[in-house]
Design a protein around this ligand. Structure first.
Ligand code: SF4
Ligand code: SF4
Length: 383
């Protein structure tokens, strides 16, 4: 066994880690402040500074400690919580309620979410209509900017979107970390194919009914964002489904299995991101010379992307969300971020640095405004 590649540790000295953080400092400052820093409002100033320094501290720690998932997960979970807070607070400010009415639907006042995209494609191709009642351009969470951002993240990160860009992934990611050890260890990984069935079902039913069926009937995150006002049996059944799926797939199952069960078993966007993993420039690689086949990475993976057979052959499946949890658990630095075409075990540090810069940038773009908004609101509520 050639142990030379173990020497390539992702840890860096303080000075080097700081040097790697400087470009992120500049870029995040530009888009968190919009390029025109305005510090006249104390609440917003505090919110901007906490977000800016907090994000860059976590990025610095990724380089300094060599750990990825440990610090990624902090922002990812905060992102999910603050996004829900932002949506709910905005809806209460705009219409005094977390629920929306038929009038809001007719006036296209519903914030757009990337989970609708698979249901829009067929109706848009067949009838040239967008079946989601949101603002096309220029409003809060408008359709055009959300589609462009999601498309860019999916092409560059593939299923990495599910661990670095998704608005909701932080919910089941967070709950999957609450227990140190899983209560349920045996869970069939065949369930990971389920999102493809969900994708097919919602794409076809949306094309037949011209209604975004996943949003209307299945999405667990309606329980923590916005949903139709309960006025009759149908809307009551929907609310019951949303709350049950949230309680089961987003809270209970992740806690007992330590797996991200909502993202792995139900999300139709997860199916698209999984397929896009086949074309993205970044992939996970296994350095079989350094690997001792301890299989700690297999146990730690929350997305059912690793198998013992795969590790022996040096392969990671297309279900990988590039969260970095397996890397953090590997004491040999044998599983690592890689670039397509570059052999496993080579250029490990370069690949990791490049992937971290790109993926963190996407995460900062998606998450910074909800975090700033939430801190700003909390400051105003407290002081
Ligand atoms: S944790 Fe590292 S050494 Fe152990 S099986 Fe996974 S890649 Fe190999
Ligand atoms: S293989 Fe590693 S990076 Fe991919 S999802 Fe599993 S733990 Fe995360």
């Amino acid at each position: 066994m050639d142990n030379s590649s173990i020497a390539v540790s992702p840890k860096k000295t303080f000075g080097k880690a700081l040097l790697y953080t400087l470009p992120m400092f500049l870029v995040t400052f530009m888009f968190i402040t919009g390029g025109k820093p305005d510090f006249s409002d104390p609440a917003r100033t505090v919110a901007i500074l906490v977000t800016f320094f907090g994000m860059n501290l976590l990025y610095f720690l990724m380089h300094y400690s060599g750990k990825t998932d440990r610090y990624r997960a902090i922002i990812f979970v905060i992102f999910a919580l603050t996004l829900s807070f932002t949506l709910i607070r905005n809806m209460i400010l705009i219409r005094n309620s977390m629920s929306f009415s038929q009038a809001d639907i007719l006036e296209c006042k519903i914030p757009f979410c990337h989970l609708v995209i698979p249901m829009m494609i067929l109706p848009a191709a067949l009838t040239k209509s967008i079946i989601f009642p949101g603002t096309i351009l220029g409003g809060f969470a408008d359709i055009a900017s959300m589609v462009v951002l999601w498309l860019a993240a999916t092409v560059v990160l593939g299923r990495g979107f599910c661990s670095w860009g998704c608005f909701y992934g932080g919910w089941d990611d967070g709950f999957s970390r609450l227990r140190k050890k899983p209560l349920v260890k045996k869970i069939s990984d065949s369930w990971k194919w389920m999102p493809f069935a969900v994708l097919l079902l919602v794409a076809l039913t949306a094309a037949l009914t011209m209604i975004p069926t996943y949003c209307n009937w299945i999405c667990p995150f309606k329980a923590v964002t916005e949903f139709e006002k309960v006025t009759n049996v149908e809307s009551a059944v929907k609310a019951g489904v949303f709350i049950s799926l949230f309680g089961g797939l987003v809270v209970a199952l992740p806690v007992v299995t330590r797996k991200r069960t909502q993202c792995s078993f139900l999300c139709p966007m997860g199916a698209i991101s999984t397929l896009s993993n086949r074309i993205t420039p970044f992939t996970m690689k296994i350095d079989t010379n350094a690997c001792t086949q301890c299989f700690k990475c297999v146990d730690s993976c929350p997305m059912f992307a690793l198998t013992r057979e795969g590790i022996k052959e040096g392969t990671v499946s297309m279900f990988c969300s590039k969260c970095g949890k397996c890397m953090d658990s590997c004491s040999r630095n044998a599983i690592h971020f890689g670039i397509r075409g570059v052999p496993a075990g080579t250029r490990k540090n370069f690949s990791r640095n490049l992937f971290l810069f790109v993926s963190f940038l996407f995460m900062a773009v998606f998450s910074s405004q909800p975090i700033v908004f939430t801190l700003n609101s909390l400051y105003n509520l407290i002081f």
